[in-house]
Design a protein around this ligand. Structure first.
Ligand code: SF4
Length: 278
């Protein structure tokens, strides 16, 4: 019996890359449990879109968020209870469109959350409009003649914003993807796993990705090398591109204070307010 499954009927299209993400994530949760992490301490949130149904399919605690806001919700959850491991699921529209500012600032401040982006290059739930990661020429209901824009390079963007853990995965390589999820959740600080997720109904990229996806053998040594790996187009490199240590936001802000457990004293509140207003 799958004790991470829920009663919810799965309505993803047969063959959707989201199935691989779901199974890889469950495997990562079990791996972390084997290392002593309680699943009660792993909490999730999601935006809006096909990706967000994963929230319904996982028997984990969490909070369903709004379009583009799962990263903001995750940061609030982490600040309220820093002992939790908080995972935000997002689509490419959520993460790199509606919620882009949340992504950039979460990376900038090294918020200790994990963002898993189901990057399928289209708004699948609303029948295939173009998104910030759609390829130039992408045809959909909002770009019937083909998109004239170049796509974002999400990994380059996150590296530039200061993300301390940046990875890319592919659901067909399920064990590899699961390892990336576990590593991202273990990482103390902002971690992102951008998942190349084929959408069989509106952007079927399986053949393209099967030909281009290549596993990185080692984590690049420097920021420049990570950026070079993110920018390659002759190969789509999967694996960890960046993994560096830096004090996470909640520790810099609150030290070891756990708001969910202790109420701040009047004195502490006054000191915090004084520090904020200078
Ligand atoms: Fe998956 Fe695309 Fe179907 Fe949505 S529309 S469930 S992303 S295949």
């Amino acid at each position: 019996m799958d004790d991470l499954a829920t009663y919810a009927e799965n309505t993803w299209c047969p063959g959707c890359g989201n199935f691989g993400i779901l199974n890889a994530f469950k495997k990562a949760v079990r791996q972390l449990e084997s290392e002593g992490v309680s699943r009660r301490d792993i909490v999730i949130t999601a935006g809006i879109g096909c990706h967000a149904k994963i929230f319904d399919y996982l028997r984990l605690s969490g909070f369903y968020s709004l379009h583009g806001r799962s990263m903001a919700t995750a940061q609030g959850m982490k600040l309220a209870n820093p002992r939790l491991k908080v995972v935000a699921f997002a689509g490419d529209g959520d993460a790199y469109g509606e919620g882009l500012a949340h992504m950039v600032f979460a990376a900038k401040r090294n918020a200790d959350i994990t963002v898993i982006v189901h990057n399928n290059g289209t708004y699948g739930l609303t029948t295939g409009q173009y998104t910030p990661t759609s390829v130039k020429g992408f045809r959909g209901p909002s770009t019937p003649e083909g998109s004239v824009e170049d796509p974002f390079n999400p990994l380059g963007l996150m590296l530039s914003a200061g993300a301390t853990f940046v990875a890319r995965g592919y659901p067909v390589k399920l064990d590899h993807l699961s390892g990336l999820f576990a590593a991202a959740i273990r990482h103390e600080g902002f971690s992102i796993v951008d998942v190349l997720q084929p959408c069989v109904s509106f952007n079927n990229t399986y053949s393209l990705y099967n030909g281009l996806v290549t596993e990185l053998e080692v984590v690049p040594d420097s920021f420049e090398d990570a950026m070079g790996a993110a920018r390659r187009t002759d190969r789509l490199l999967i694996g960890v591109l960046r993994d560096v240590e830096k004090e996470p936001f909640h520790k810099a802000l609150m030290g070891d204070f756990v708001p969910a457990k202790e109420r701040a004293t009047d004195k502490r509140r006054s000191r915090a307010i004084a520090a904020l207003v200078g």
